[in-house]
Design a protein around this ligand. Structure first.
Ligand code: NAG
Ligand code: NAG
Ligand code: NAG
Ligand code: ZN
Length: 390
């Protein structure tokens, strides 16, 4: 990466020299600016972390496999891991701010990545602090790993939120003016508004923007809303798709296809002034660096919850999400680096994680860690997929 940057800078400088015979002031400014960039890049690299193998498990402290598997997935999110290990958040937020959960989380990651750890790490303190902050998770019943991830990211974010209450958000645009903007301008404005309030490493890495287009079937009026997401929850198509196999593409297609809403389910149409039959379509407006895809295996009917055990095949390299973005998105490529698996039933189940390291893929099964081959990654237990943008 860094070598790439250096090469690109060198190319730029050379290119500029060729174009403008005889060095002039603009060239030297360009040169200084580029060298500045290189120095910044070097400085970022300077804090060289000495990492252990990372092949360390987490003790189960009472039905905490959901927590263990998610922590392993996050622990293999390299940018987040390094940020935690270097305790960078201390430089970003006021020292008076309480960062209890973030400290406990970083402590677990430090233990998982020290060079002298050989036994499994005990996540007890982190578990206790998390449950204090989200009382909903108290008790030792089967917990949903996806729900845990959402709560955890939310709490971590609020502790390391860089926005200070003194920040005066720029005033909202009056609705009449907003409505006249082009769609991409609206999206950008909503995104800026969000970042004025919510700004942290968690946002930098996980936040994306979803566009929801609504069309009234009665009068044709169209409206769009933009929402921030930290993961996408994908439905699994029922029955046989493309010859008995369900692929991630099938799930994404179902997620983004036009959905018919009956009037009692539809929001009010601004023009008709009432709830009308409508259509809704979701598009990814802004892609996150880290894309978390939740394969929604659990579906609740009126009386019970059932679990789909369909095998969803997914690409490990070069997942292209361009088709699900706005028209000008082009290719948007992601590589898989972690999977949270769920086996068992709705009532009794077990979570494990498959995570990628420099030395290949490993299975994290609470305190047990074992190597696993790339061909073993796909199973009907894959539940949450972690992708990083190329
Ligand atoms: C982040 O900080 C801003 C400013 O204090 C606040 O408005 C916002 O609610 C905070 N976000 C969270 C999730 O706590
Ligand atoms: C799904 O497809 C497989 C293989 O094509 C077939 O054996 C199976 O009976 C099909 N199941 C259903 C519910 O149609
Ligand atoms: C996890 O460990 C348990 C207990 O040893 C074992 O029964 C189970 O098969 C393991 N799961 C995986 C996915 O390795
Ligand atoms: Zn209407």
């Amino acid at each position: 990466m860094e070598r790439g940057l250096r090469a690109r800078c060198a190319a730029l400088i050379t290119h500029n020299t060729l174009q403008q015979e005889g060095a002039d002031i603009s060239q030297s400014i360009l040169y200084t600016a580029l060298m500045g960039l290189l120095l910044v890049a070097d400085k970022e690299k300077e804090v060289n972390l000495t990492l252990g193998s990372g092949q360390i498990g987490l003790c189960n402290v009472g039905n905490t496999c959901f927590l263990n598997s998610m922590v392993q997935c996050l622990s293999h999110t390299r940018t987040l891991r390094d940020y935690c290990l270097q305790k960078k958040y201390h430089q970003e937020v006021s020292s008076r701010r309480k960062t209890e959960l973030m400290d406990a989380f970083s402590e677990v990651l430090s233990d998982l990545w020290t060079t002298d750890m050989s036994t499994a790490v005990h996540p007890g303190n982190f578990n206790t602090i998390f449950k204090e902050s989200v009382p909903h998770f108290i008790g030792y019943s089967q917990q949903d790993a996806q729900e845990f991830l959402r709560f955890l990211l939310d709490r971590l974010h609020s502790e390391i939120n860089r926005t200070s209450p003194q920040n005066q958000p720029i005033s909202d645009l009056p609705e009449s003016k907003y409505n006249k903007l082009r769609e991409d301008k609206k999206a950008m404005l909503m995104w800026k508004h969000y970042l004025e309030r919510e700004d942290s490493k968690i946002v930098d890495l996980f936040a994306g923007q979803l566009k929801s287009s609504l069309r009234c079937s009665s009068c044709g009026h169209e409206s769009t809303t933009f929402d921030v997401f930290y993961d996408l929850s994908l439905p699994i198509p029922k029955g046989n798709v493309s010859g008995g196999r369900v692929s991630l593409k099938d799930c994404l297609t179902l997620f983004s296809q036009v959905e018919e809403l009956k009037s009692d389910n539809a929001p009010m149409c601004d023009r008709c002034g009432k709830h009308t039959d409508s259509t809704k379509k979701l598009t990814i407006q802004r892609f996150p660096k880290i894309l978390v895809l939740h394969l929604n295996r659990f579906s609740a009917s009126r009386f019970s919850i059932s679990k789909s055990t369909a095998t969803v095949s997914f690409p490990i390299h070069h997942l292209d999400l361009g088709d699900y973005g706005t028209e000008c998105a082009g290719k948007v490529l992601y590589n898989l680096y972690a999977i949270c698996n769920h086996c068992g039933t709705v009532h009794i189940g077990h979570y494990t994680a498959y995570c990628q390291q420099e030395r290949g893929w490993f299975c994290y099964n609470d305190s047990r860690v074992s190597p696993i081959s790339e061909s073993q990654l796909q199973s009907n237990q894959a539940y949450v997929l972690f992708y990083e943008m190329e």
